[in-house]
Design a protein around this ligand. Structure first.
Ligand SMILES: O=C(O)CCC(=O)C(=O)O
Length: 322
């Protein structure tokens, strides 16, 4: 087996690579969860969310991706998420499209699932809020997410907030699951990075080289296969990204990352209230990937400038701007 991360082959020897551990053994043990979160920086729960809730969200979202030609629902089951090329994604109003996914009923039933909210309420000790903005991610073959810690993007309100990564359907290793650097949330070398604000300080990915950052910080890269209903909750300082999707079937990966905090704590105003253009400046849409849209700065990679009709800006399509 070969796993690619930012286009580089990971060292899969036992000292450098391993499997995330499940915390279902401590599902009802709050103190043990707190201790493990402190030590490991993550808690992985298998089948925390009812499978049918997750699969309804998958169908809701995949149908939308089929409508815009990103997946082939004519020759395959829409739930298989097989990439179609070319798609019509560059013809549509991306602001409306991404909002329709983010606000879908079935999708929101997943991220607000009673079991997930219940976990965070016990873990944080109070009523919980999630951001108005959400990050549903449709990741095509050839795509993946760079190496970073979340706190630099979402820490303008409280620092007592947590990320949850939720597969919306199964994610095999070759389809680009989340990958975390073991123990990195405890690193003594990242204090300055964690204190930064990605927008104010204009910072990009922490590193583009999974091997050199591992050398620098130590720890194994950890990942696993995920099934519908699984959730991994993690420390917003934990260094992570996602493996490249190298699916030989050209299956697209669908997941969500959302943030949870105490409702009484201040919220990051980029992602709450007016969320029409969180990074400010020229109007952009959250559209990770789309390989032809090159030429962006690293930080901008997931955020694509759009024109006055919400379509990918012509400069990203290699056309003269008008
Ligand atoms: O799913 C991905 O590709 C990246 C997820 C991520 O960065 C996050 O959950 O914070």
């Amino acid at each position: 087996m070969e796993l690619l991360f930012r286009g580089k082959k990971l060292d899969l020897s036992s000292g450098k690579f391993g499997s995330m551990r499940s915390s279902n053994d401590i599902l009802n043990h709050l103190e043990a969860q707190k201790q493990r979160m402190k030590e490991d920086g993550y808690l992985l729960f298998r089948k925390l969310i009812p499978e049918h809730t997750v699969l309804e969200a998958r169908r809701e979202i995949m149908l939308k991706y089929a409508v815009v030609g990103e997946i082939d629902s004519i020759n395959y089951d829409v739930m298989d998420a097989i990439q179609q090329m070319p798609s019509f994604i560059d013809q549509i109003n991306l602001l409306a499209f991404t909002e329709s996914i983010r606000t879908g009923k079935a999708y929101n039933d997943v991220i607000m699932s009673a079991n997930l909210i219940g976990f965070f309420e016990r873990f944080l000790g109070g009523k919980v809020a999630t951001f108005d903005f959400k990050w549903p991610r449709f990741v095509r073959p050839g795509e993946g997410t760079g190496i970073h810690s979340d706190i630099v993007y979402i820490g303008r309100g409280t620092k007592n907030l947590w990320s949850a990564w939720i597969p919306i359907g199964g994610v095999a290793l070759e389809e680009g699951p989340l990958i975390i650097l073991e123990g990195s949330h405890l690193s003594t070398k990242l204090d300055r990075y964690w204190a930064a604000d990605a927008d104010r300080d204009k910072i990009g990915w922490l590193s583009d080289d999974p091997l050199s950052i591992q050398e620098e910080l130590g720890g194994r890269w950890l990942t696993t296969e995920f099934g519908a209903g699984d959730v991994i909750c993690f420390d917003t300082r934990l260094v992570h990204g996602s493996l490249d999707n190298v699916s030989p079937k050209r299956r697209c990966r669908l997941t969500s990352d959302t943030r949870y905090q105490l409702a009484r704590d201040p919220l990051d105003d980029r992602w709450n209230g007016d969320i029409s253009n969180p990074h400010g400046g020229r109007q952009k849409a959250f559209v990770p990937g789309i390989m032809k849209a090159t030429g962006n700065e690293e930080f901008e990679e997931e955020w694509k400038p759009v024109d006055e009709r919400g379509r990918l800006a012509s400069s990203l399509l290699g056309e003269e701007s008008v």
